[in-house]
Ligand binder design. Sequence first.
Ligand code: ZN
Length: 249
Amino acid sequence: MAEGAVVQSMIMQVAQQANAALSITGKVSSDAISGIITACRIPKSFAMTFDDGPGKLFDQVVDRLDELGVKATFFVNGNNVGNLDNAADANKIRRAYQSGHQIASHTFSHADLDQLDAAGIRSEMDKLDQQLLRIIGRRPVYMRPPFGNANSATQRTLQKLGYRIVNWNLDTLDWKHPRNAKESLKAYRRALNQAANSGSATFISLQHDIQPATANQLIGRAVRLVRRYGYRLMRVDECLGDQSGAYRQ
Ligand SMILES: [Zn+2]
């Protein structure tokens, strides 16, 4: 669950260089979306993402987002804190999907994909996709590699399989502060302040729906803050202007 800070900063650098080569405009064709995505494309867009669920607090997170009128993206696992073969956990995913949230892949078992060969990666992706097909009738296009780990071989394999890889450019590190949202909120404030000084940033923020402070305290405060800075909250596929959508056709 804890995402490795060093690896992460390396990934960010590579990803930011890749993103810099792409034009920041409105709608984009899906084949222009490649490499590791860490930011949005639509000006002043902000995508909140929640990893590792569905856990016990998943419904609560969805309720809170729905009350606030926010559509978010959930990078879910098939067998991690929850198990999508259980009806109760499957129902959580179905409900979030029906509420208009984006369901994306975080692999079946939260495996470090860089430790697997191509067949192993495929199996991790397929197992979760099969569960999601049963639950919502859709297969996600978007995925986030556990721990943010996707070396060039992993990226090639995932892209061959038709996935778009999404990391983040705002890390709340909420897993370090499971009972208090203060530090997570500080991460939001810091990033938004920096962006206000530099101009046209967009954000993909990382938090975990399994963390109590995130579920109970952070969401409302973060949403208010993001809106106060003039951003529009939306799903990852929307913030990228991806006309082909979040799921396979
Ligand atoms: Zn994770």
